[in-house]
Design a protein around this ligand. Structure first.
Ligand code: KG4
Ligand code: ZN
Length: 377
């Protein structure tokens, strides 16, 4: 089995011990958003977003999903201007930066290479430390962009590619409690939306349609209900929802399908998270439950999870809407937190299409078969 080394090597040469704050440029190109941001991490841990620019690629709409080659090309074309826009919006020069953080995976490798190479070029030409950031670690810290959220906390990371429950002690210290054994929740939103003819990405459109639907009209499968552990499963729901969508004839039918699917996804997220909260509460005094990732932008999901947290005696936090879906501010913050610890990356850090956040757990106990490229999550 191939084990790729962690990118945390040696102390950051450019980290000044007397620095009042660390200002980091972040780059994100792992999927279909080309994004750059400048974030300042203050000594008390507070994050200040000086700029955050996100360009969502429109090239994929006609294909109903992200086309990797088109995505990589669009990142190449866009990254220069996006970085310039982020620096201009932050109103600082490159000499004011303390480091450059770039997503190094997981994701579509062609796109990851664009942002990572661009980050390396800036780091080399400006003599700045490079921090190769795991995209999932970016999501893990993203709630800290909007509010003070002290470590540790229990995290539900729920996006287009991932659905996991993690104990987060800080950057470099995330322990996976459970993960989806098949599809991510965002995938279930997207596939149902596609079956309803809503285009891509489907989550936000499905949420709008669901607003005028009856969530109780169509029963849907309730996977893993009451089952021990903290894993998720959405493939049965996804298939049943697509079949149901195919039978919808009127606008009201379609809205009712959307509402039923949204409710079913929220219900499973809630049930599994509540189990994890009960377990986590036995081991921690600081009871904070955080939800992050694109699906955390869904109001029903937020509401249901917030109620679950209240039932379990947990404080609840979700990132500001702009930092739920992919952005570079979360990458810059993860980079700044790593830099603050003196963790920088080698300039030859490689792009990793697969890169589990809790690598030891993923290798020992893969939720998905590891496959040729290593453990998935
Ligand atoms: O975090 P993200 O931007 O990218 C990944 O890392 O995957 O998450 C994108 C996912 C997509 O599946 C998208 O449909 C979903 O998040 N999403 C939503 C909403 N906004 C984005 N799902 C449901 N409701 C939303 N409002
Ligand atoms: Zn993401």
């Amino acid at each position: 089995m191939q084990v790729t080394p962690d990118y945390t090597t040696g102390p950051a040469a450019a980290t000044r011990p007397d620095a009042p704050a660390l200002t980091v440029l972040g780059l994100e190109t792992s999927c279909d958003e080309t994004a750059a941001a400048v974030v300042r991490r203050h000594p008390d841990g507070r994050a200040e977003v000086l700029s955050s620019v996100v360009a969502s690629q429109q090239e994929h709409a006609a294909f109903g999903g992200v086309v990797p080659e088109l995505a990589a090309r669009a990142h190449v074309e866009g990254i220069d201007g996006i970085v310039a826009a982020a620096m201009a919006e932050a109103d600082i020069g490159f000499e004011a930066l303390d480091g450059v953080a770039a997503t190094a995976g997981p994701g579509l490798v062609g796109g990851v290479m664009v942002g990572l190479s661009f980050g390396k070029a800036i780091a080399l030409s400006r003599g700045l430390p490079l921090v190769a950031v795991n995209h999932l670690e970016g999501h893990a810290v993203s709630a800290r962009l909007g509010a003070q959220a002290d470590y540790p906390f229990l995290l539900l990371l729920v996006s287009g590619g991932h659905c996991q429950l993690l104990e987060v002690e800080g950057v470099g210290a995330c322990r996976r409690l459970g993960s989806t054994i098949d599809d991510a929740a965002g995938e279930a939103f997207d596939k149902t939306a596609k079956a309803l003819g809503l285009g891509y990405p489907g989550g936000p459109a499905l949420e709008r349609l669901a607003a005028r639907g009856d969530p109780d009209r169509f029963p849907l499968p309730r996977a893993l209900l009451g089952r021990a552990g903290f894993d998720f499963s959405f493939s049965g729901l996804k298939t049943a929802a697509a079949r149901l969508a195919g039978t919808a004839e009127t606008d009201q039918d379609r809205a009712d399908v959307a509402a039923a699917v949204q409710a079913a996804i929220a219900r499973q997220l809630c049930e599994r998270s509540e189990r994890a909260m009960a377990d986590y509460a036995g081991r921690h005094d600081n009871r904070l439950f955080v939800v992050a990732g694109g699906v955390a932008a869904n109001a029903t999901v937020r509401r249901v999870l917030e109620a679950a947290a209240a039932r379990q005696g947990f404080a609840f936090l979700a990132p500001p809407m702009a930092y739920c879906t992919d952005n570079a501010a979360m990458i810059a913050l993860a980079g700044a937190e790593r830099l603050q610890k003196g963790w920088v990356s080698d300039i030859d850090a490689t792009a990793r299409p697969r890169w589990p956040l809790d690598e030891a757990r993923a290798l020992a106990d893969p939720a998905h078969k590891p496959g040729r490229k290593g453990a998935k999550a």
